[in-house]
Design a protein. Sequence first.
Length: 415
Amino acid sequence: MAGPSTGDLPFLPYGRQSVDEEDIAAVAAVLRGDWLTQGPAVSAFERALAARVGAADAVACANGTAALRLVYAALGIGPGDAVVVPSNTFLATASAARHAGAEVAFADVDPDSGLMGVAEAEAAIDRAAKAGWRVRALAPVHYAGQTAPMDGLAALAQAEGLALVEDAAHAIGTVDLSGGREVPVGAGRPEVEAGSLTVFSFHPVKTIAAGEGGAVTGRDPALMARVRRLCNHGMMRTPDPGEGFADPDAALDAEGNANPWYYEMAEPGFNHRLSDIHAALVLSQLGRLDRFVERRARLMALYAERLTPLAPLVRPPALVPRCRPAWHLCAARIDFAAAGRTRSAVMAALRALGVGTQVHYIPVHRQPYWRRRYGDLALPGAMSHYAQTLSLPLFPAMADGDVDRVAAALERVLS
């Protein structure tokens, strides 16, 4: 993430981790201990995360993509099925469904917020039906830290008999306010009978970091038990309640206890485990989540104030009223055509001034693989959002004056 400095001012990347001495000490303690993986730090993080988001259980895993693969597999999604995915997301939300053998019914998004709504999801379901696909799940993405309209999407999922897979890679710490309730992202939706699961990512640019890491949270104990088994090769060392081992003669000793070496595999899984080294870091970071969220909110408020004079060329991210966001991105909206500058030229000029930026995202339906598979889909909201978005620096270690610096650089580049 290094870049050029401008005088005595450091380069500002669009995002970066915030690691302190307590984080380093937590990792060092694991390195000095007996367990580098499959140890107590992982289970401690899982308990803390489930408690933080109000879920019944949490399963830590290697990264956010692994979390998506585990969820689709646990739901039994496969060939002949389809998952509704908004086109404004990272590649993994769609690719993980395809790895499961499913088709992807791409949905459009609101051009200002970048979020999939109920109408966009319904249109994607209709297109999937015309293609002869059996839609099995909705996968709304909580883009930049703001939530999709979850009350409406949960009602749609329940009405259509679909599972709900919340891609909350951007939204650890976000609280959904739709329906007049405060529901932490990750708590799940009990009204969705086909299954409600949430996935998180702890990549270094996210609000809390594991280095690489992810997690699945949910409310259904049986479904979460399957996620846990699939995360570790599908291995089962203790019998399922009420079912027992498939081969009790091999599994049990003379007293009926499980032999200490024994395990069974009812279905193949993955090695998507999180190490204790990574778990120690993200558990330490989880303890500062509220501070991180508060600092990001302060910086976003400053951006809203400082970018206002640059309108109409520059507008801050469009706010949705249904959540209290834990901001991951400051995805500003810029009219590059009116400014007479290409986005590439603007990014290069900002970088020369010590300001890093990024684009989130190229609409996934425009990627060569998906175009070869489905042709050129018309999703104007996603394309409009893509045409105007530019992610500005946002991370807790930024000073208030850094927002002024970014805004001044933008004004200089666009004027």
